[in-house]
Design a protein around this ligand. Structure first.
Ligand code: GAR
Length: 209
């Protein structure tokens, strides 16, 4: 990561964009020393694009192609090109619901992070809050991790716990996990932007001051 310009992030999302909004608010408040260089979505009417445009940020829809869970080759190239054109230092997945493959991962090796709504390695995949509720765990939470070729399997940067309450429904638990995500994600991205993070294999640690 270059050190002589403001840290530039590109955000990818498929949904309403509340994590993006938390990150944008932290940038605006000065607690996250970065610039949001571009926001991209595979969903034309995704809330994340509208939120980005409201903030005057460059936002673009890129058609994902014919697959349901991954990007078609041309689409993947278009995402990579847009992120490169925006000169991003870090790719931040904020509810991006497609698995990224080889060429994308190689283009931004070690520079892609994701947020997941469980304490990984428990409950990877979809609807993790519901998986946690159905399993009967008493504590769940959210995880920020680097993205590798697996599903929700990359090295863990940060986690925040959320208790599962006796009267929780999938909906109430999901809401509290979301609230925890909005604290955790900006904090983790800020640590990366400040270059405070050291990666030692699977262990991701804070550099000593
Ligand atoms: C978040 O809860 C995030 O953890 C989840 O999508 C939601 C996006 O919400 N991501 C995944 O499940 C990825 N496997 P948002 O659009 O409001 O930020």
């Amino acid at each position: 990561m270059a050190n002589n310009h403001p840290f530039r992030i590109g955000v990818l999302g498929s949904g309403k964009g509340s994590n993006f909004a938390a990150i944008a608010s932290a940038v605006a408040a000065g607690t996250l020393p970065a610039e949001i260089a571009i926001v991209l979505s595979d969903v034309a009417d995704a809330g994340i694009l509208a939120l980005a445009r409201e903030r005057g940020l460059p936002a673009q829809f890129i058609a994902p192609g014919k697959f349901r869970t991954k990007l078609e080759e041309d689409a993947e190239r278009a995402f990579v090109n847009a992120l490169n054109a925006a000169q991003v230092d870090l790719v931040v997945l904020a509810g991006f619901m497609r698995v990224l493959k080889g060429d994308f991962l190689r283009a931004f090796e070690g520079r892609i992070v994701n947020i997941h709504p469980s304490l990984l390695p428990s409950f990877p995949g979809l609807a993790s809050w519901k998986q946690a509720l159905d399993y009967g765990v008493k504590v769940t939470g959210c995880t920020v991790h680097f993205v590798d070729a697996g599903v929700d399997s990359g090295a863990i940067i940060g986690q925040q716990t959320v208790p599962v309450l006796d009267h929780d429904t999938a909906e109430t638990l999901h809401q509290r996990i979301h609230a925890a995500e909005h604290e955790l994600y900006p904090r983790c991205v800020a640590a990366l932007a400040r270059r405070e993070i050291l990666v030692q294999g699977r262990r991701v640690i804070r550099k000593l001051p």
